[in-house]
Write a protein that binds this ligand. Sequence first.
Ligand code: CP
Ligand code: NVA
Length: 301
Amino acid sequence: MTKDFLAITDWTEQEIRETLALAAKMKKGEIAPRPLEGKTAALIFHKPSLRTRLSFETGVWELGGQGMFITDAEIKLGVRESIHDVAQVLSRYVGLITIRTFSHDHVIELAANAAVPVINALTDRFHPCQVIGDILTVQEHLGRIDNLSVAFLGDGNNVFHSWANLASRIPLDLRLGTSEKTMPDEKIVAYAQTNTKSKITITHDPVEAVKDVDIIYTDVWASMGEKDKVDERTALLQKFQVNDELLKQAKDSAIVMHCLPAERGREITDRVMDGPHSVVFDEAENRLHAQKAIMVQLLNR
Ligand code: CP
Ligand code: NVA
């Protein structure tokens, strides 16, 4: 097991499965480890958050520790002092660092220079904690995580990248329905395709993406840091909106997922988000259990 959890690909297939099993056990209350007893975890957030911040603060407390939230207004990472020096100083105080920021490279540099585990709480490139919470939700609703068909509709951005990373580890039929101008990183897609048990398809046809799938997934069309692009993205991605008509093309048993926050009426309709196929609030809940398991794994490695 690596010291840090910065991307799904930091872990082997077995480590992902073990973490999932641990999260399920902790959720059921079968075990309640406290590896953070008497310790503090730094929670650095350079972007807004509801789920990630609150689930980490709650999770840290449930693992016996206390979370300390700090924004970039205080740290000014790499500006007030170098990322190296911030990493060194934090390692003298805290048992664990979680960071949500823009640049993935900054998180890599922080982790490389910190003596304690660093967890990626979202960068412009990846959102690995989200996807661990998502597969816990999939396991609960569909009874398995292997060989499922997943239609990701919308922006080929950080959350999709983490799903592509997952496909490099777990057999998946992953289909991205997106526009020509919102394509994912080619290298991330190419790496996912190295897993011969997974199939990755990118299409500009929403019906082709969702035909008979087990899971429909969506995310906002303009991510944090690019909200000025929302009108342009809406024009590009309108036909990928998750609505009743598109949902009819999926399996009757299909579940609808969204990492949240949602822009209701844009990438997903109210009817679908509040409808019987939606598991979006279970996903939100499972961030807590997934992240507790991630922290336990890193602290016990
Ligand atoms: N899904 C997610 O990461 O939500 P927040 O931005 O509210 O943390
Ligand atoms: N893609 C979104 C995910 C939010 C959890 C963003 O980066 O804003």
